[in-house]
Design a protein around this ligand. Structure first.
Ligand code: NAD
Length: 297
């Protein structure tokens, strides 16, 4: 069955270029009305203009779709709230939020200033929090919402020179994992995408022949599925270059120590058994850790 978004209202942040632009064009082509948000700044988050968002709106409208541009910085909670209020005034609701806006300020941790660390956390984490906060109550009241966070291979697995970005991106999966529990009762699903694509963010980080196979159109199918009516919740999907994988936050079966074994020497001796992949599961929430411990007791 084809996946459609007729009657849906979507906000995509950072949609003036790269992945966000592709998501916005694809959602609009499948019937959604779009708010194309983009600060329009440089890759490190400096500067800004609404022209990047407007260019994508023009593309959507030229293709017969409906869209409006918004130049708010996701770091500005008041401007984000105004964007959501204007959307609700125009189209009555927000069904879909894709938290996609992002920047890079790469440096080894030794050379990184606290300001560059804080700013990257501010844009990725607090930007996503600001946008989610602004749509949350409306989605719950409407008994419908689809929210997508954007993590990264760095947030999941790490990358030299990206401690700020990795911390911010990992925080987004943590945000999802508690938020999805709070949205479940009201049909608000929350998922996370870990994209890999040729954009200005990666143009100097990957070889040209690889980039040629990794256009944003290779990521967009996963993003659209994760904000569709039939979307799962609490899922992390990795996508790029034609590959789709799922990432899990798991817990090993571990070992149980008797009272006489509660020593660091026991942990050292059992470290291989504690680390074994046999019987690994993904708990649905944090109490899974205690449940795993007690199940062996
Ligand atoms: P991009 O630079 O083309 O797109 C990011 C967009 O966000 C830009 O258009 C930028 O103007 C906008 N933006 C930046 N700060 C903003 C702010 N404060 N408010 C509103 N808009 C803002 O890069 P992209 O590769 O398309 O990145 C999209 C998302 O995907 C980012 O969150 C990025 O971290 C993530 N990501 C990308 C890759 C990849 O391979 N391209 C890998 C992992 C994660």
């Amino acid at each position: 069955m084809s996946i459609r978004f007729d009657g849906r209202v979507a906000i995509v942040t950072g949609a003036g270029g790269g992945l966000g632009r592709r998501y916005a064009l694809d959602l609009a082509a499948r019937g959604a009305r779009l708010v194309v948000n983009d600060l329009g700044g440089a890759r490190d988050g400096t500067g800004g203009s609404v022209s990047a968002a407007q260019a994508v709106v023009d593309e959507i409208v030229a293709a017969g779709g409906e869209a409006v541009a918004n130049g708010a910085s996701v770091t500005d909670a008041a401007a984000v709230q105004a964007m959501v209020d204007e959307t609700v005034a125009r189209w009555g609701k927000v069904d879909i939020l894709i938290n996609n806006a992002g920047i890079l300020r790469d440096k080894s941790f030794t050379k990184m200033s606290l300001e560059d660390f804080r700013f990257v956390v501010e844009v990725h984490l607090m930007g996503s929090v600001n946008c989610t906060k602004a749509v949350w109550d409306g989605m719950r009241a409407n008994n419908y919402g689809r929210i997508l966070m954007t993590t990264s291979s760095t947030g999941l697995y790490g990358n030299f020179g990206q401690t700020n970005y990795g911390a911010a991106k990992a925080a987004l999966t943590g945000f999802m994992k508690s938020l999805y529990l709070e949205g479940a009762k009201n049909n608000v699903h929350v998922n996370t995408i870990a994209p890999l694509a040729a954009t200005r963010m990666t143009e100097d980080l990957m070889p040209a022949e690889l980039l040629a196979k990794m256009g944003p159109e290779t990521v967009s199918p996963a993003a659209l599925y994760l904000v569709s009516e039939g979307a799962p919740t609490n899922v992390i999907l990795n996508a790029g270059g034609g590959g789709f994988e799922r990432a899990y936050v798991t817990i090993t079966r571990g070992v149980h120590a008797g009272a006489e074994d509660l020593t660091p020497e026991f942990v050292a001796a059992q470290f291989d058994a504690i680390s074994s992949w046999d019987g690994m599961v993904e708990p649905a929430n944090g109490s899974g850790q205690g449940a795993m411990a007690l199940s062996r007791g």
